[in-house]
Design a protein around this ligand. Structure first.
Ligand SMILES: NC(=O)c1ccc[n+]([C@@H]2O[C@H](COP(=O)([O-])OP(=O)(O)OC[C@H]3O[C@@H](n4cnc5c(N)ncnc54)[C@H](OP(=O)(O)O)[C@@H]3O)[C@@H](O)[C@H]2O)c1
Length: 252
């Protein structure tokens, strides 16, 4: 008898890192995949690329407003009609300019909503679905920026820090039953459209395919926290350990 295809859901599926995760998963095995995003044309382009790479996979696209709890609820309900996911990756995010966030509270609000509230609402809705099914792995992308507040990006960093506290609590909730794994992913600076306009440009941007590979492996193992690339675990350990008197003298 044929095994059912693994069911994978990718939220923010046009993200460069997410596209590379999808390619890596489908390179290993055909799957039934639902791509969620805000822009149908861009999602269709990702879906077409994946269908060509993996003709035996089934790729569906769902479009909705990521900035509304009601819309997120509707999107997750539509997914649940297809079954309980084996894997969910929550990948969307936006790096709004820190200076603009300081000058204009609506920019700060937009950053907090898209980088914290929206991913947490998606995770919460999918966590309930997976908990009821008694299985699955939920990956949520935070950032090394959430590890310590820095002058250059602390609104974005605060949002990613919220995602970390949320993931920690969800891991605690899921730990007793042990059936649902929650994986917090913290990429370092990576070469995607998100970093293309950063000034100054970070010196060593990671390749999104290698970041995706770390995510795929970390989710397979059900790791609690995945730094991608792995060296960022040690870099951020040092950054977090710096005494404030020294840290406050740095322009980072
Ligand atoms: N690149 C890095 O250096 C880096 C480092 C640490 C963490 N991260 C995190 O990694 C994740 C993926 O980022 P990436 O580098 O792959 O970025 P990316 O290629 O620029 O993709 C960003 C994604 O977020 C979606 N998005 C942005 N604003 C949105 C909104 N208001 N509503 C709905 N969707 C929205 C985009 O959708 P559209 O295609 O429709 O615009 C796209 O899918 C993000 O959570 C990011 O914060 C990235």
């Amino acid at each position: 008898m044929n095994q059912p295809l693994p069911f994978i859901v990718i939220v923010g599926a046009t993200s460069t890192i997410a596209v590379h995760c999808a390619r890596a998963w489908l390179h290993r095995q055909s799957a039934s995949v639902v791509l969620l995003g805000r822009d149908r044309e861009r999602l269709d382009a990702v879906a077409e690329d994946l269908r060509i790479r993996s003709p035996l996979s089934r790729i569906d696209v769902l479009v909705g407003d990521f900035d509304s709890a009601a819309s997120i609820h509707r999107l997750v309900n539509k997914v649940s009609a297809l079954g309980a996911p084996d894997r969910v990756l929550i990948a969307h995010g936006a790096l709004l300019d820190q200076a603009a966030c300081q000058q204009d509270l609506s920019q700060a609000e937009a950053s907090l909503r898209i980088n914290a509230i929206s991913p947490v609402l998606f995770a919460e809705a999918f966590a309930g679905l997976m908990e009821r099914a008694g299985q699955g792995t939920l990956g949520i992308i935070g950032s090394v920026a959430g590890d310590r507040g820095r002058q250059s990006n602390y609104i974005y960093g605060a949002a990613k820090g919220l995602v970390e506290r949320y993931a920690e609590g969800l891991q605690h909730r899921m730990a007793k039953a042990g059936a649902v794994k929650v994986v917090l992913i913290k990429p370092g600076p990576t070469d995607t459209p998100m970093t293309a306009r950063m000034e100054p440009r970070p010196p060593a941007l990671a390749d999104p395919a290698s970041v995706a590979e770390a995510i795929v492996q970390g989710m397979r193992r059900g790791q609690r926290v995945v730094y991608a690339p792995a060296k960022w675990r040690w870099i951020m350990l040092v950054v977090r350990s710096l005494p404030s008197a020294l840290f406050h003298r740095l322009s980072i």
